[in-house]
Design a protein around this ligand. Structure first.
Ligand SMILES: NC(=O)c1ccc[n+]([C@@H]2O[C@H](COP(=O)([O-])OP(=O)(O)OC[C@H]3O[C@@H](n4cnc5c(N)ncnc54)[C@H](OP(=O)(O)O)[C@@H]3O)[C@@H](O)[C@H]2O)c1
Length: 327
């Protein structure tokens, strides 16, 4: 069967390739076999390949943070899933045709779910939900401001905020994103600029946001903070630029603005397995009812992994890049 291997740390498209490996064999006690239908390519995957992530893997190694598929075999004692169930993987090396996993390394999903959408739940949808829920006790009507609002996380955040009754201010770097993000439920969508706070103030009728969510860093962190109520926090969660997050002293000590970080890989180990399953089942239900939907710009077979990875690294995409390991 086919799998994707990271050969070495280096420029993303040059260090990944598709290889033939042995089938995973029969599942042992507590194990299952999953046939992968879709795997998404995330910025974090590219950062891992290039050595820019929190830790560097020992290469060569299997890779791919996300994947979703169908259970094709179960071992003795498996009770959480059965043959034919749709599942998303909690495992961190998923870009393969089939995987042998522990039953606790997957979350069972509803039969009606689209597995392409399911392959984008683990990282981005959970990140959006946890940032909305774990830091500030938001109430319906409260404003949240975010940058890179057209990212996978950003789009999930717009929809999750909308169902919870929070209003979103969405900052992007291209004017052509205003119409689609407004159509998907963004209350305010603005292109970044020096006068961002004034335009936000006008759009919200003077209401200040209770939470800012930043994955761009640099001076935009400061502009988001200018839109916050005193005592609020900015959560930084991304590495879209290498710039340091900037806050001015007046924001920090006159207005008590705080900067915090979110990393899903650190948050998940603090959550019980049951809480993780409940979270993903809530997100999966949101996919099924149409609340969560992320556009896909292109899908590739594993054999074209170099092209797929190069595409995922491109500017001005209209959606995520997926792998379809089994066609
Ligand atoms: N901390 C965590 O646990 C965690 C979890 C999930 C994601 N993340 C991070 O969140 C970020 C977004 O991930 P994603 O998968 O949602 O991304 P994505 O869907 O691949 O989209 C990234 C978007 O960011 C925009 N962008 C890129 N560079 C930008 C810049 N310098 N200024 C403004 N916008 C920029 C791009 O906009 P254009 O369309 O204009 O090119 C692109 O559409 C990444 O940094 C990722 O590593 C972190």
């Amino acid at each position: 069967m086919k799998t994707v291997e990271l050969m070495a740390i280096g420029p993303a498209p040059e260090v990944v390739h598709c290889i033939e490996v042995e089938e995973p064999g029969m599942p042992g006690a507590g194990e299952i076999i999953v046939e992968l239908t879709a795997c998404s390519i995330n910025p974090a995957d590219l950062m891992i390949f290039e050595g820019n992530y929190a830790s560097k893997p020992d290469t060569p190694c299997p890779i791919g943070i996300e994947g979703a598929g169908t259970v094709t075999a179960v071992g003795d004692g498996v009770t959480l899933v059965g043959v034919g169930d749709k599942v998303m993987s909690l495992y961190r090396a998923n870009w393969s045709q089939r995987l042998r996993l522990k039953e606790t390394e997957v979350v069972r999903l509803p039969d009606e779910i689209d597995l392409e959408q399911a392959a984008m739940l683990k990282v981005n949808a959970a990140t959006a939900l946890l940032m909305l829920e774990k830091y500030v006790a938001l109430k319906p009507g409260d404003w949240v401001i975010q940058d890179a609002a057209n990212s996978g996380v950003g789009k999930n955040l717009i929809r999750l905020a909308q169902v919870k009754g929070y209003k979103t201010i969405n900052v992007v770097r291209r004017a052509e994103l205003i119409a689609p993000l407004t159509a998907m439920g963004g209350d305010v969508v603005l292109v970044d600029g020096e006068d961002l706070a004034e335009r936000v103030n006008e759009a919200t009728g003077g209401s200040k946001a209770k939470l800012a969510i930043d994955c761009v860093s640099g001076s935009i962190t400061m502009r988001l903070a200018d839109c916050l109520a005193d005592g609020s926090i900015v959560i930084n969660y991304g590495l879209l630029t290498d710039d340091p997050c900037m806050l001015r002293p007046d924001q920090i000590f006159f207005r008590d603005i705080k900067l915090m970080g979110f990393w899903l890989a650190k948050m998940m180990p603090t959550m019980a397995f049951e809480e993780i399953v409940a979270m993903y089942q809530e997100l999966a239900a949101r996919v099924v009812d149409g609340t969560l939907y992320v556009t896909v710009e292109a899908s590739y077979p594993l054999e074209r992994i170099e092209e797929a990875v190069a595409h995922a690294g491109r500017y001005k995409r209209d959606g995520k890049i997926l792998l379809r390991p089994n066609g």
